[in-house]
Design a protein around this ligand. Structure first.
Ligand SMILES: C[S@@+](CC[C@H](N)C(=O)[O-])C[C@H]1O[C@@H](n2cnc3c(N)ncnc32)[C@H](O)[C@@H]1O
Length: 325
């Protein structure tokens, strides 16, 4: 069959190329509705975004600074013949992906696997919050381990509540905290974030990180099938879920506190449009400086995406909302 396909290609190459040029699905290797949405949302960069999805993503680690420093870990990797570079605040990008279990310090919890874009969450949550001196800072949400590690680096005591509606995923958060030797410093609950009556003790949080369920349109290169599994109708349904969770969490935030809203999506409906609509409904919400839409790929002089920070990363969206006292 392969022989027949290749022979037919040789015979009909010109006609097939013309056909592919005219067919967006074939040309960009994404569903046509997806291509249209990316083109509408990012008119300057849509082709570069779609092209980035055709390459595999780099392996990025986040060094657990409660155990070691990024420089010390880079030196250790170099001793073991693993070539890697620093990225972001505590990230390490490996020049060649390898099985992480074989890297130094995996079992001891010296690092986690996390993309550079996802590593922006914890600093955005903690850096802008005024740490109370008389009690630990209270914050619920995912990306739990990084919050604990970053709080350690800042010398701030935190009391973290991590919510996850899926019991299996929640068990994974607990396992991860155990491997990273961070268990005991966060409470992990299986609960619906949109129903605070079931899990909130009524004491306001100093910070909220909402790592919202989304289309995952920013991480196609890590999950190449996601583009084919999603349906166009999933997007408005996800936007509604995000809106419900955002509305439910806002009252749990203390005046003067900050809510970081993030998704691994590049669709504006799940990012900037979601936040603009929230701001139009809440006069006590102030939008602070935040990365906004990070586009997948690398910034380079040769055709990089100008909105990106330097380095390779996934597509992400971040907004920081402060609750006006
Ligand atoms: C983008 S993922 C974030 C995962 C996690 N924060 C992490 O860093 O690995 C969104 C997560 O939200 C969970 N989720 C969806 N709806 C939820 C809800 N109503 N309450 C709590 N968690 C929810 C999903 O099961 C999923 O694990």
């Amino acid at each position: 069959m392969v022989n027949a396909c290749l022979r037919r290609y040789l015979r009909e190459a010109e006609a097939l190329h013309t056909q592919v040029e005219a067919d967006w699905e074939a040309r960009y290797n994404h569903p046509a509705w997806w291509v249209k949405r990316v083109r509408r949302d990012h008119p300057q960069h849509w082709q570069a975004i779609l092209a980035a999805s055709q390459h595999s993503a780099p392996l990025v680690l986040r060094v657990n600074v409660t155990h070691t420093s990024r420089d010390a870990y880079l030196a250790r990797l170099s001793d073991e013949g693993v070539s890697a570079q620093a990225v972001g605040l505590v990230g390490v990008v490996l020049n060649q992906p390898v099985p992480v279990e074989g890297l130094p310090g995996y079992a001891e919890g010296w690092f986690s696997v996390q993309d550079t874009a996802a590593q922006c969450a914890a600093p955005l949550v903690l850096d802008g919050v005024n740490a109370p001196t008389d009690r630990p800072l209270r914050a619920p949400g995912g990306k739990t381990a990084h919050l604990l590690e970053h709080a350690h680096a800042l010398g701030v005591s935190v009391d973290v509540l991590a919510l996850e509606v899926d019991a299996r995923r929640s068990a994974r958060i607990t396992e991860n905290l155990q491997r990273l030797r961070l268990n005991g410093t966060a409470s992990v609950k299986v609960a619906d974030a949109a129903q605070p009556a079931a899990w909130w003790d009524g004491l306001p949080f100093d910070a909220v990180l909402l790592d919202a369920p989304c289309s995952a349109s920013g991480i196609v290169r890590r999950h190449p099938d996601v583009r084919w599994l999603r349906r166009e109708s999933d997007v408005p349904a996800l936007v509604e879920t995000q809106r419900r969770i955002l509305e439910a969490l806002w009252p749990t935030l203390a005046p003067g506190g900050r809510l970081v809203y993030c998704t691994c999506s590049i669709f504006k409906a799940e990012g900037q449009a979601q936040v603009d609509s929230f701001l139009s409904r809440h006069t006590n919400a102030l939008a602070c400086t935040a990365p906004g839409h990070l586009l997948p790929g690398a910034r380079s002089d040769a055709g990089g995406l100008p909105d990106n920070p330097s380095g390779e990363h996934d597509g992400f969206f971040y907004a920081v909302l402060e609750k006006v006292a």
